[in-house]
Write a protein that binds this ligand. Structure first.
Ligand code: X8Z
Ligand code: ZN
Length: 653
């Protein structure tokens, strides 16, 4: 049956596929050809590695030139290089699927061929490939070009951009109505014009996935995780984290009621616009409201950095010393010569900090408009951790010069972050004298990290839950489905009534931009697993959140071993090595141990609360679900289905 379907699909794309077919005895999911010649496969991969490396270098160089000197000329050059690369990728895919790759006996060659054969949307005809490519570009363009008018200002200067203008207002304003204005204006400017384009995109993405042997585009996205129980694994993680999330939620609700009064129900969900972020994805913006002990000493070494006359260059040297103190790789001379450490004054640049691998094993750079403050000191370490990962896997073939699984790059950088942001570390590098090792400062510290990472878990979980469901079940009720997930996992509701035409999921860039999201969820889980492992081998004793593995050669050795394999093997082997045999799965245990002192404190604070978490009322669901709005159809289709089944069972028994 599967074979028949595949053969039928083949009819619609070019003649070159005539000699391809799915082999029944191989893994039935994927497209493969007939060629089992190992010598030819190895020869192809050698050529691919050489040509793709040169291509990668040219594209990266063009991108770097553009973002460090924004001109139309450099933009054009970059787009030209990207187009050439897309053509090259397409030709490589054709060649890769001409092999019966799952029967190639060399496991590393097989793995590389599989990567080439199963990724991307090259199974589409030229017309459709171009269509989806331009559709995504158009959606991104529409999103990034959106501008808003300011609240209550009549000067008609409608040029506020999301980043940084509106993001800043969402994090800083405490004016309920102002926040509501920006929330609504953003959602209504972005969502509606994207809905039809998105629906077409879903169809094309699904076609590409099916032609490639997947059930749908979500199934294809999950292939990156090479794990049939991946969905089960992440569902277990979110269940394990939910009790802590609900306690943090309840404590925050209490503080928000103190601030905004009874517009917030004591046992209900929270309105999405007052949590310090456009998508309520993390709540760092309201730390000032939630902070339990405002009088406790604040951890900020900015003044110390200034008093010591630390320059941006010195910040990079401090970060490098963190890695060399653990016996890891120093930054190469090219890094010091070619990076952009400060904002140039003579040209326009994109200032978002980023780490760059130019794919030639020599050239690695960071771009950052560094300011001398604590936030940028952390960011410097974060970006350099990305570079350390690039350096560690630089001797792998190009296809394996990649993170072990999507999200691991961020996990590594963030695990380093957990170590360097401790007062213990800042003291060891001579930036912090007073000890903040009192109970209140510790709770403040943990709440701050929890407002960044624990609140993010349900959001990072639902984006792809929603997307995968659209890919598998179709585009009906997309906005309602979005809010059902938001309410179920995050406990938030829209501040104003929604309808299907609002298409709110598109308010998040990664949705129209076709960027998978579950990797961010994976990244948070793994950073704690990695952090705990490194703390263990470094011999840390005491509460996990106070661990700093600076200067630990043992931690450096383990980290180097884990990073240097890149993506050359299944990530489960890497996680097993990382946790020294304890597990090969995503596991919330380390994260929960890190936050245990906070969890205990929150449980005590919430003792008098009537409800831990939220109770969903009709009033909440009526904000977005049309079947709750009219009295005649007040039952959800799922409830109706359940009633019908119960009814049928009644008659059968
Ligand atoms: O998209 C990003 C980065 C690029 S990888 C800016 N992040 C996610 C988001 O903004 O939703 C970083 C944190 C999560
Ligand atoms: Zn990063």
């Amino acid at each position: 049956m599967i074979l028949l379907n595949k053969l039928k699909n083949f009819q619609i794309f070019g003649t070159f596929l005539i000699f391809l077919f799915a082999l029944e005895e191989s893994d039935e999911r994927y497209i493969e050809g007939l060629n089992v010649n190992l010598g030819e496969a190895l020869q192809f991969l050698r050529e691919y590695d050489r040509e793709a490396t040169a291509m990668c270098n040219r594209v990266t160089m063009a991108q770097w030139q553009f973002v460090t000197n924004i001109t139309d000329n450099y933009r054009r050059k970059m787009l030209d290089e990207q187009t050439l690369k897309a053509k090259f990728d397409r030709a490589s895919w054709r060649k890769a699927v001409s092999f019966a790759w799952s029967r190639i006996p060399d496991p590393l060659a097989r793995r590389q061929l599989k990567m080439l054969a199963t990724r991307g949307r090259n199974s589409l005809t030229d017309d459709k490939f171009n269509e989806i490519y331009h559709l995504i570009a158009e959606m991104k363009e529409l999103y990034t070009r959106t501008r808003l008018c300011p609240y209550k200002e009549n000067d008609h200067q409608c040029n506020l951009v999301l980043d940084p203008d509106i993001n800043k207002i969402m994090a800083q304003s405490k004016d309920y109505k102002e926040l509501s204005y920006y929330w609504r204006a953003w959602h209504e400017a972005v969502g509606p014009p994207l809905k039809n384009k998105y629906m077409r995109y879903v169809r094309l993405a699904n076609q590409a996935a099916r032609l490639n042997g997947f059930a749908d585009a979500g199934d294809q996205m999950r292939e990156d995780y090479e794990d049939d129980s991946f969905q089960q694994n992440i569902a277990e993680v979110i269940s394990a984290v939910t009790p802590l999330y609900k306690h943090l939620f309840t404590y925050t609700r209490h503080k928000l009621i103190d601030r905004y009064g009874d517009v917030i129900r004591k046992d209900g969900p929270l309105p999405a616009h007052i949590l310090g972020n456009m998508w309520a994805q993390n709540w760092q913006g309201i730390y000032d409201i939630v902070q339990p002990f405002p009088a406790a000493k604040k951890l900020d070494v900015t003044l110390d950095m200034m008093l010591q006359g630390i320059s941006p260059l010195r910040m990079f040297q401090i970060a490098e010393e963190f890695f060399t103190s653990m016996g890891m790789i120093p930054m190469p001379p090219e890094f010091w010569r070619m990076s952009m450490f400060e904002k140039p004054t003579n040209r326009e640049v994109k200032c978002t900090a980023s780490a760059w691998d130019f794919c030639n094993r020599i050239d690695f750079r960071i771009k950052q408009c560094t300011r001398v403050n604590m936030e940028d000191l952390f960011s410097t370490h974060h970006e350099m951790a990305h570079l350390q990962y690039y350096l560690q896997y630089r001797d792998q073939p190009l296809l394996f010069r990649n993170e072990a699984l999507p999200g691991f790059h961020e996990a590594v950088s963030d695990a380093i972050g957990l170590s360097i942001m401790t007062p213990q570390h800042l003291h060891r590098i001579g930036l912090y004298n007073n000890s903040t090792d009192d109970y209140e400062s510790n709770i403040n510290f943990l709440i701050m990290i929890a407002l960044e990472k624990i609140t993010y878990m349900p959001f990072a979980y639902i984006v792809d839950q929603w997307r995968w469901r659209v890919f598998s079940d179709g585009d009906a009720d997309m906005t309602t489905r979005w809010w059902e997930l938001r309410l179920q996992y995050q406990g938030i509701v829209p501040p104003v009534t929604r309808s299907e035409s609002h298409f709110d999921p598109a308010s998040k860039y990664h949705v129209p931009a076709d960027i998978p999201y579950v990797k961010y969820f994976v990244g948070i889980v793994l950073q704690f697993q990695l952090f705990e492992s490194l703390c263990d081998v470094a011999g840390h004793v005491g509460a996990l959140h106070t661990c700093d593995f600076y200067r630990s050669r043992e931690a450096g050795r383990l980290l180097s071993d884990v990073l240097s394999v890149g993506s050359s093997r299944n990530w489960k082997d890497t996680i097993r090595e990382m946790t020294r045999g304890r597990t090969d799965r995503l596991d919330a245990g380390a994260m929960l141990r890190y936050f245990e002192p906070l969890a205990q404190w929150l449980r005590r604070q919430n003792q008098m609360e009537p409800v831990i978490g939220w109770i969903t009322s009709q009033e909440d669901t009526a904000l977005f679900a049309h079947w709750y709005k009219s009295k005649s159809t007040c039952l959800k289709p799922t409830s109706i289905a359940l009633l019908l089944i119960l009814n049928a069972l009644y008659w059968i028994t």
